[in-house]
Design a protein around this ligand. Structure first.
Ligand SMILES: Cc1ncc(COP(=O)(O)O)c(CN[C@@H]2CONC2=O)c1O
Length: 474
C-alpha cells in the first residue's frame, strides 16, 4: 500500500520538529511511576488547583448559576447563592446570545471585552478599545494566533528570551519560523541586557533572517524576574529602532512577590513614552485566568489586546479567529469576573478579598521558602522568584555526573531530574526544556505545592541532592 497521510514519515515536518518539555520525558516518566503506585508531586506544571489550591468561591457561584440558569427561577436560590452572585449571573447571561451554550462573537462577548478594556484603562490610565481586544481559549491560543499571523516562513525570526516558556519555541517551530534567542543574565537576577538583544539581531540578520517580533515574558517563566520600567523603556526603544512587533506575555501580572519591582504593563510604558514610539511600536499583550490567584487553568480563558495594529490587519486576525467560531463562553465569564471584580460594599467582597489575599500571601511565602531551600543545597544556586510561579535553580553538576549522563544517553539535567524523580517522586522540568547557556544546568519546579508540605519537599530534595553530589564529586 502507498504511504498514508497520517503515517509518521508523511507528517508535516514542522509538527515533528516541535518540542514542549513542560509535558515531556519527565512528565511521562512521572505518570508511569504514578501508575505503578509511587507518590508523585507534580510540580512540573503551573496548575494550582491540581496541587490543592481552592478556587475562589464567588466566580464559581456566578458561573454555576450561568451554567444552570433554571436555578435562578428557584424560589430558594437566595438561600444558597448570595445576592451579588445572582445579580452577576443575570448580568453575564444578558451579555450572551442565548446562554452559555450559544456561540459568542469570534472575538468574544462584546460586554466582556468592554470589561477588559475598562480594566486596562484603570490599570494603565489610558483609554482602551474593546474592538482591539480578543478573548481566547487561554493565552496560549492568542499567542499562537499572533505568531501564526506574523510568521511568513523560515526567513522570519522572532526574538525569544532564553530560558523561555516553550510555548514560544513550539509555536515558532510549528509555523515554520526561526527562533532568535536572546539570553537573560542569571547573575543579574535574570535581567535583560539590551546589548544581548543587539547581538542576537545582528547574528540573525547575518544568516539572512528577518527579525520581525520580540517576545517578553513579564514576570518571567521559568525565571521569575520582574522587568523594571527602565528595562521596558529600553525594550520599547529597541523595538522602535529595529522595527519589531512586541509580544508582551503578562499572564503573571498578579503574581508579584516583592515590592521593589511591582508589575507595570508594556502598554502603559509604551504610552507613557509618547510619540513617535507610542504611535509607532506595534504591541500585543496577553493575559489569562489560568494564573494569578485565580489559577483557573482548566477553564481556558484568556485575551490579547492590540496596540498600533492597522485596522486591515485586525480584520485579518478577526477573520482567522472566526474559523474557530467562538472562544469558550464560560471562560469568558471567568475573564469578565477577573477584570471586573467585586467592590467594597458588595456582599461577597470581604470573602473575595480574604480568599485572594490568602492565596497571594501564601505564594509569596512559598517563593521565599523554596528559594532558600534550594540555596541551602550543595552546588545549587537559585535567584529569588520575584514573580510568576516557578523556581529555576542552577544545579552545578560535577564532571563525573555529566559523564554518567552521557553514558546513559541523557542530557545532564534530564539525567539529574530523572534521578530526583525516582528517589523522591518530585516531578520537575529539566532546564534544557527552556533553553540555558551552554554548560549550565537548571531545573524548573513550581512554588505551588501546599505550604504545609513545602518544608518536607525541600528536605527531601536536599537529601537527594546532597547525596547525589557526594556520589559524583571527585
Ligand atoms: C508565560 C506563559 N504564557 C502563557 C501561558 C498559557 O496560559 P493559558 O493557560 O492561558 O493558555 C503560560 C502557561 N504556563 C504553563 C502551564 O503550566 N506551566 C507552564 O509553564 C505561561 O507560563
Amino acid at each position: 500500500m502507498p504511504p498514508k497521510a497520517l503515517d509518521y514519515e508523511q507528517l508535516n515536518e514542522n509538527v515533528k520538529k516541535v518540542q514542549y518539555a513542560v509535558r515531556g520525558e519527565l512528565y511521562l516518566r512521572a505518570s508511569e511511576l504514578q501508575k505503578e503506585g509511587k507518590k508523585i508531586i507534580f510540580t512540573n506544571v503551573g496548575n494550582p488547583h491540581a496541587l490543592g489550591q481552592k478556587p475562589l468561591t464567588f466566580p464559581r457561584q456566578v458561573v454555576a448559576l450561568c451554567q444552570a440558569p433554571f436555578l435562578l427561577d428557584d424560589p430558594n436560590v437566595g438561600l444558597i447563592f448570595p445576592a451579588d452572585a445572582i445579580a452577576k449571573a443575570k448580568h453575564y447571561l444578558s451579555l450572551t446570545s442565548g446562554g452559555l451554550g450559544a456561540y459568542s462573537d469570534s472575538r468574544g462577548l462584546p460586554g466582556v471585552r468592554k470589561e477588559v478594556a475598562e480594566f486596562i484603562e484603570r490599570r494603565d490610565g489610558y483609554p482602551s478599545d474593546p474592538e482591539l481586544i480578543f478573548l481566547t481559549d487561554g493565552a496560549s491560543k492568542g499567542v499562537m494566533q499572533i505568531l501564526n499571523t506574523i510568521i511568513r516562513g523560515a526567513g522570519d525570526g522572532v526574538l525569544v528570551p532564553v530560558p523561555q516558556y516553550p510555548l514560544y519555541s513550539a509555536a515558532i517551530s510549528l509555523f515554520g519560523g526561526s527562533l532568535v534567542p536572546y539570553y537573560l543574565e542569571e547573575t543579574a537576577n535574570w535581567g535583560l541586557d539590551v546589548n544581548n538583544l543587539r547581538q542576537s539581531v545582528a547574528q540573525a540578520r547575518s544568516k539572512g533572517i528577518t527579525v520581525r517580533a520580540m517576545v517578553i515574558i513579564n514576570p518571567g517563566n521559568p525565571t521569575g524576574q520582574c522587568l523594571s520600567e527602565a528595562n521596558l523603556r529600553e525594550i520599547l526603544s529597541f523595538c522602535f529602532h529595529e522595527n519589531l512587533v512586541l509580544l508582551g506575555d503578562e499572564v503573571y501580572q498578579q503574581n508579584i512577590y516583592q515590592d521593589e519591582r511591582p508589575f507595570i504593563s508594556s502598554r502603559k510604558v509604551l504610552l507613557d513614552m509618547g510619540p513617535p514610539i507610542s504611535k509607532e511600536v506595534q504591541l500585543v499583550s496577553f493575559h489569562t485566568v489560568s494564573k494569578g490567584y485565580w489559577g483557573e487553568c482548566g477553564q481556558r480563558g484568556g485575551y490579547f489586546e492590540m496596540t498600533n495594529i492597522p485596522p486591515k490587519s485586525v480584520e485579518e486576525i478577526y477573520k482567522v479567529a472566526s474559523i474557530s467560531l467562538s472562544p469558550n463562553v464560560p471562560a469568558q465569564i471567568f475573564m469578565g469576573l477577573m477584570v471586573n471584580p467585586l467592590k467594597p460594599g458588595d456582599i461577597s467582597y470581604e470573602q473575595y478579598v480574604r480568599e485572594s489575599k490568602g492565596i497571594l500571601e501564601s505564594l509569596r511565602r512559598r517563593a521565599r521558602l523554596m528559594t532558600d531551600g534550594f540555596n541551602s543545597c550543595r552546588n545549587v544556586v537559585c535567584n529569588f522568584t520575584e514573580g510568576a510561579m516557578y523556581s529555576f535553580p542552577q544545579i552545578r553538576l560535577p564532571p563525573r555526573a555529566i559523564e554518567a549522563a552521557k553514558r546513559a544517553g541523557k542530557v545532564p539535567d534530564v539525567f539529574y531530574c530523572l534521578k530526583l524523580l525516582e528517589a523522591t517522586g518530585i516531578s520537575t522540568v529539566p532546564g534544557s526544556g527552556f533553553g540555558q547557556k551552554e554548560g549550565l544546568f537548571h531545573l524548573r519546579t513550581t512554588i505551588l505545592p501546599a505550604e504545609e508540605d513545602m518544608p518536607e519537599i525541600m528536605a527531601s530534595f536536599k537529601k537527594f541532592n546532597d547525596e547525589f553530589m557526594e556520589q559524583y564529586e571527585d
